[in-house]
Design a binder for this molecule. Structure first.
Ligand code: CMC
Length: 428
């Protein structure tokens, strides 16, 4: 059987045969289907791109029905168990796990880029004391493009390597400074003797002590959370990164757009929304009432549902286990009971079962972040730090893909037909 699709256009009676490649037909193969020579040709209509592959990618693979997530072929569970965030970052970017020597060099290189230009701090100082840290974060990442004009040289491999190191190393510093700004506390310089995550905790929480010593359990928990959030194939923010990058904007500007997409409550802002929802619910007794309001369409259960996963999000399973380790150090988070009860009821309720709505990565991550001492408005920033790796890997893949051009979708126009301008005095 040939891998083709035969299409009969019932408007004209004509038949067309189009190739099927890797489970997809090319939308451009439909353009030949016309009613007459003046016809533009058949388009596909796919609002929100729910069934359209916009790229070929070798980075991350999700099997949403079976709850499988692979980075470069490696299961997320194995990476969460055995790897660390910077090693996983190397894997996502380079395509293979590093040798011991490559890993040491990579970690040293990242560490040399952790400091921020003093003017950067002044820039961040300009934000109001109560500015949302994600707003500070994404504006500051955008401002980085003015500090590194060499980033415009996107087709230079050297330049891309340098910007990659700068971005991965500086996003924790920007995130920590955004947090300190909201607390009215002085900025803390990076300590490059600590791990990537240990240093991040240092820049966040160091007070008067000479040397900050991160709690090893919390350090590892945050590192694993970073692994889980590092990439997730063609999600909303990654699509934004690829779309902006397709115009050949520099990576800082493109990443600002990606971070802006992540900020939204339907995407990376969901963990913040979950925490606010759990606070509002207040106690386990109120859970059935909330489930009813979700079912009647009054609200969504934040942290539930996913465009791709139609079974339990594998990241949520790992996070649930980490939560136990973290709470053993920080003490019990009373909101966990509410979350567990929400999950228990939802997973046996027809509304959720029929729609295949399961907890996603954001359902439990906020509880861990809160236990570690973060305010909910820091949660999307904590998501953006590791996702920076995925954004860069996907951006570079797009740039080097010969088939990619500037992203420019079509539309189906339903507005007014051409008409003549009406002088103001003649308008009714
Ligand atoms: N609570 C209640 N109902 C829901 C939910 C939810 N969280 N999510 C989806 N539904 C319902 C929805 O109302 C619809 O029902 P019906 O068919 O009766 O109209 C059905 O399920 C399908 O939903 P959809 O909106 O068409 O699904 P989508 O693929 O467009 O949206 C989603 C995916 C993640 C935006 C959505 O599930 C949602 O809003 N979830 C809550 C926000 C959230 O947790 N986001 C984090 C996603 S994971 C982290 C990330 O990648 O950013």
């Amino acid at each position: 059987m040939p891998d083709t699709l035969t299409i009969t256009d019932n408007r004209t009676g004509k038949q067309y045969e189009v190739p099927i490649d890797r489970g997809a037909v090319r939308a451009m193969d439909l353009r030949q289907i016309k009613t007459d020579a003046d016809d533009f040709g058949l388009k596909t209509y796919d609002p929100a791109l729910v069934n359209t592959a916009s790229c070929v990618s070798r980075i991350t693979n999700i099997d949403g029905d079976r709850g499988i997530l692979l980075y470069r072929g490696y299961p997320i569970e194995q990476l969460a168990e055995h790897s660390d965030f910077l090693e996983t970052a190397y894997l996502l970017l380079a395509g293979e796990l590093p040798t011991a020597a490559q890993l040491t060099k990579w970690k040293t290189n990242v560490a040399t880029h952790t400091m921020l230009h003093e003017n950067m701090k002044k820039f961040m100082d300009g934000f109001r004391y109560d500015a949302h840290p994600m707003g500070i974060f994404l504006s500051t990442v955008g401002a980085l493009s003015t500090f590194y004009p060499d980033a415009k040289d996107i087709f230079s491999e050297d330049s891309r390597r340098t910007q990659t190191l700068r971005l991965i190393a500086k996003v924790p510093s920007i995130a920590a400074y955004a947090y300190r700004h909201s607390q009215g506390r002085p900025y803390v310089q990076p300590d490059n003797e600590l791990s990537f995550t240990g240093n991040f905790l240092n820049m966040l929480f160091k007070m008067a002590e000479l040397k900050y010593q991160p709690n090893p359990v919390l350090e590892r928990a945050l590192d694993v959370l970073f692994i889980l959030h590092a990439d997730h194939e063609q999600n909303c923010s990654t699509s934004a990164m690829r779309t902006i990058g397709s115009a050949h904007s520099d990576p800082y500007s493109a990443l600002t757009g990606a971070a802006a997409a992540l900020y939204g409550p339907l995407h990376g802002g969901a963990n913040e929304a979950v925490l606010r929802m759990l606070s509002e619910i207040g106690s386990v007794e109120n859970v059935p009432k909330v489930i009813e309001s979700v079912k009647s369409g009054e609200r969504r259960l934040m942290g539930f549902g996913h465009r791709v996963y139609k079974s339990y999000d594998p990241r949520a399973k790992i996070i649930k286990r980490i939560a136990d380790l973290v709470f053993a150090v920080t003490g019990h988070n009373p909101r966990l009971e509410i979350a567990l009860e929400l999950e228990r009821i939802a997973l046996q309720d027809d509304y959720f079962v029929e729609r295949r709505l399961y907890p996603n990565v954001d359902f439990y991550s906020g509880l861990i972040y809160e236990a570690m001492g973060f305010q909910p408005d820091m949660f999307p920033v904590l998501f953006a730090i590791p996702r920076t790796v995925g954004w860069i890997a996907q951006w570079e893949e797009m740039l080097l893909d010969d088939e990619q051009r500037i992203t420019r979708p079509r539309q189906i126009y339903t507005g007014a037909a051409q008409r003549d301008y009406v002088p103001r005095e003649k308008r009714r």
